[in-house]
Design a protein around this ligand. Structure first.
Ligand code: PLP
Length: 391
């Protein structure tokens, strides 16, 4: 036990949160103040900021399925999955997701964030090593923090660095974690190479395919499917239902025994109210639309490429998009915010990523292509982004 330090004076209740002002001041000086904007249903803006890649969030079959399911099953799921929250809709969605993505089984969570927390903690623990790409999504990072495993964070998209970390690990059991398409720059992880390294060293591979589902692979089956890794005994995938499927929720896809283990042990599954029936029905309907219209996936990729090519030609520093995400570098956080605000004034809504959401500290505009953008939408977006770029 440490010796007791000097007595700490009790602050009066009205001063207990005074430290928040100091923190807010620090964020303001660093240009990192964030604002919530409540949008109206019809903003009239061209949306290049959301993640509705296939334009399905408001599609009649999808939104209509959510409405009908809410009326039939209720607005909420009434309980956790293991108590009253599992409906026939959840079971059907799990079956269809596994069938579409080519895995043995699937398990639906209330969000992609919860799915990532659940799978990372349930597939690791104090007796495990975890090796992660340094740019993985925040939800996976939180899972690693909760895992009690030995965590090695390695260079971005670097299978040799992963191999080195696996070779020098102290724990037998190992899990390698990566995003498929990285949220910030939209680049693709070297999945076949990572899988080969995992196999060489007896590790499992966990891939977050949030930005790959609906966009990459045959008919939008995702990056894991495209890499030939779907259905493999040592590969687990997480997805969100909130991007290309236009709904809400998340899922883990993988071998049946992994899914069984999650049902028994994943705390963000067990101690969380189940996904609302409306969201499950919307995701199911969106999956049906994607099956019937596989060209939607191709269209998103083509539009992303076109945006990137034209913005690069105009002299901007633009990422090479592997899927729907196109990122454009800004000189500073303040420049990024002002640039995005000028675009909004001209009717183009773009995302703005700044620290701490950008692991490399570089602020960016983040654009997302959608399958339902027309040529004139793209023309207008390019013109406004270029005309309003910082000098
Ligand atoms: C790569 C990635 N993983 C997980 C999530 C979390 O998913 P959800 O928004 O469904 O919680 C997101 C997005 O928000 C994401 O971009």
């Amino acid at each position: 036990m440490n010796a007791p330090g000097p007595a700490i004076a009790a602050a009066p209740p009205e001063q207990v949160f005074d430290w928040l002002e100091t923190e807010a001041q620090r964020r303001a000086e660093a240009g990192l103040v964030r604002r919530l904007r409540a949008r109206t249903p019809d903003t009239g803006e061209l949306d290049l900021a959301g993640n509705d890649y296939l334009g399905l969030a408001r599609e009649k079959r999808v939104a209509g399925a959510a409405a009908a399911a809410s009326l039939r099953w209720g607005a909420g799921s009434t309980g956790s999955r293991l108590v009253t929250g599992s409906t026939e809709l959840h079971a059907e969605l799990e079956h269809e997701l596994a069938r579409f993505c080519g895995t043995q089984a699937a398990l639906v969570f209330s969000s992609g964030f919860a799915a990532n927390l659940g799978v990372v903690t349930a597939l690791s623990g104090a007796e495990s090593a975890i090796v992660t790409d340094k740019y993985i999504h925040a939800s996976l990072i939180e899972g690693c923090r909760l895992s009690r495993a030995d965590v090695a964070v390695v260079a971005h998209s670097d299978p040799d660095a992963v191999a080195h970390a696996l070779r020098t690990r102290r724990k037998q059991r190992a899990l390698v974690i990566t995003d498929s398409v990285f949220s910030v720059d939209g680049d693709l992880a070297p999945l076949p190479e990572l899988s080969a390294v995992c196999r060489e060293h007896g590790a499992a591979l966990l891939v977050d395919d949030a930005h790959g589902l609906g966009v990459l692979g045959e008919g939008g089956r995702g990056a894991v499917h495209e890499a030939g890794l779907a259905g493999q005994p040592d590969v687990v995938t997480t997805i969100t239902l909130s991007k290309s499927l236009g709904a809400q929720g998340g899922a883990v896809l993988g071998p049946r025994r992994v899914i069984r283990h999650l049902v028994d042990t994943a705390r963000s599954f067990i101690f969380d109210t189940a996904l609302a029936p409306g969201s499950a029905a919307a995701a199911l309907a969106a999956l049906g639309v994607l099956r019937g219209e596989p060209e939607l996936a191709t269209r998103v990729r083509t539009t992303a490429q076109e945006l990137a090519t034209r913005l690069t030609a105009a002299g901007l520093s633009v990422s090479t998009p592997a899927a729907a995400v196109v990122s454009v570098r800004a000189p500073s956080p303040d420049d990024a915010v002002a640039w995005a605000a000028r675009c909004a004034e001209h009717g183009i809504r773009v995302g703005c990523f700044r620290p701490p959401s950008v692991p490399d500290g570089v602020s960016r505009l983040r654009l997302t292509a959608r399958a339902d953008l027309t040529e004139s939408d793209v023309d207008r977006a390019v013109q406004v982004i270029v005309d309003n770029a910082p000098n």
